[in-house]
Design a protein around this ligand. Structure first.
Ligand code: ZN
Length: 437
């Protein structure tokens, strides 16, 4: 049963609805900033500009604004990419002090968005928000600049209605969610924390309380180059060995792991799919008529919260994958002398919070009261909420409007009504969680 809203809450909802044009305006401003997700070593784009837009709006509400560029990641941290640079790509944490005596609330969003290519296939420019039939089109409208705009409008509606919260609100926007989670990781390392938190991902008004983690092994198979159209001696006599063919048993071993995990008890979770391992990149060969000397296969490997070890890493899953690949290689004497090479990129850890966490309950309840019923659910992929939960000790989930089918697509869109209702829910959840002074 949705809770009946108080008179003050009704005024806040009205204020959010009255700010519809403002919400569209902020979304358009954020989408116009090119913050396409990038890899290590690539230059910054409009991240600083976008964070500046948000910082100014939060400062206008009286927030203490902290805008900082983290140190580069360096080397050897299994949870973030090596040598990732934050120059020109600041993180933002803005604290709105409450009157005191209430619980604090983290409101988070990622400012990066996925690539717009092939750009020519968009019906309209991906960096220019266009409203058609009640939908907002543009890269990031759904994932998740629209959600960030909804957070801003929610806080502005509270302020304009004269609501003073008892607990603090920490508004935090980060980079690098779509790639590695390094921005959220940097925010937690910087000290961003609260009693509980919401990421404004577009969840279809469900609360994503659990997500899977990811390991990304690059496995290199060594062969021996030689003319592909000339008869070759046995490899023991110096003949060529085709690295692409030698990689086949490794890929098949991954397929067997996937089949095994599908039914294995430790891979069953009430809200998440079993773990998975999917070959996603293959690089091998240099010439059309040469047996390839090497072949590297990248696997996207997902695992469950229950697989974390005592240190909070996915090393146990890593070890199982290595055992499976080594067993496959072990049947071929070539590999005795030419062992597999492993490079493990980021270990992006899974997380979950109780489905009946009080902030989840007040949020779903506020949504139901606005005609947007939702439930506690899982995200098979990953979101920054995991980092705040696991590393920052801030139980965090994702909640927002519906862009499940359109995120990351050409002609990405979200319904304007979804953003308006999400903003109203954020405002009500803040009142009920933080308390009103
Ligand atoms: Zn997202």
């Amino acid at each position: 049963m949705a809770e009946v809203r108080s008179g003050l809450e009704e005024k806040v909802v009205e204020a959010v609805r009255g700010n519809r044009d403002e919400l569209l305006g902020v979304t358009a401003e954020l989408v116009a900033c090119d913050t396409t997700a990038r890899g290590a070593g690539e230059p910054a784009r409009d991240e600083e500009k976008l964070q500046g837009i948000l910082a100014r709006r939060l400062a206008a509400l009286g927030a203490e604004v902290d805008l900082w560029e983290p140190e580069p990641t360096g080397k050897g941290n299994r949870h973030v990419p090596d040598d990732l640079d934050f120059r020109g790509r600041p993180q933002l944490a803005a604290r709105l002090r409450g009157a005191g005596g209430g619980r604090s609330l983290l409101l988070n969003g990622h400012i990066d968005a996925v690539d717009v290519e092939p750009r020519e296939r968009w019906a309209s420019d991906p960096f220019t928000v266009v409203e058609r039939d009640g939908r907002l089109y543009g890269r990031g409208t759904g994932d998740m600049k629209g959600g960030i705009a909804a957070l801003v409008v929610a806080l502005e509606a509270l302020a304009h209605t004269g609501v003073r919260l008892a607990g603090d609100v920490v508004f935090c926007t980060v980079t690098d969610e779509e790639s590695s989670g390094a921005g959220g990781f940097a925010a937690v390392a910087h000290g961003v924390r609260a009693d509980a938190g919401i990421c404004a991902e577009a969840t279809g008004f469900d609360a994503w309380v659990a997500c899977r983690g990811t390991l990304t092994p690059y496995v290199t198979v060594t062969g021996r180059a030689g003319h592909a159209e000339v008869r070759q001696a046995h490899w023991r006599e110096g003949g060529a060995v085709n690295a692409i063919e030698k990689a086949i048993p490794i890929v098949q071993a991954a397929q067997r792991l996937r089949a095994e995990w599908r039914d294995r008890p430790d891979h069953q979770h009430p809200l998440l799919s079993p773990g998975d391992i999917v070959p996603t990149i293959v690089k091998g060969g240099t010439w059309e008529v040469t047996h390839p000397e090497t072949c590297t296969v990248c696997f996207d490997c997902m695992y469950l919260p229950g697989h974390l070890d005592e240190e909070g890493t996915g090393k146990r899953v890593e070890a199982e994958i290595v055992r499976a690949f080594e067993a496959a290689a072990g049947t071929d004497p070539w590999f005795d002398e030419h062992p597999l090479g492993y490079e493990w990129r980021c270990d992006v850890v899974p997380a979950e919070i109780p489905a009946d966490h009080p902030l989840v309950t007040v949020t779903l309840d506020a949504g139901a009261g606005l005609g947007r019923p939702g439930r506690a659910a899982g995200l098979d992929s990953w979101h920054d909420a995991a980092t705040f939960t696991r590393r920052g000790g801030t139980p965090t989930f994702s909640y927002g409007g519906d862009a499940l089918a359109t995120a990351h697509t050409i002609d990405e869109w979200i319904a304007v009504d979804d953003l308006v209702d999400a903003a109203a829910v954020y405002a009500l959840a803040a009142m009920r969680w933080c308390g009103v002074a």
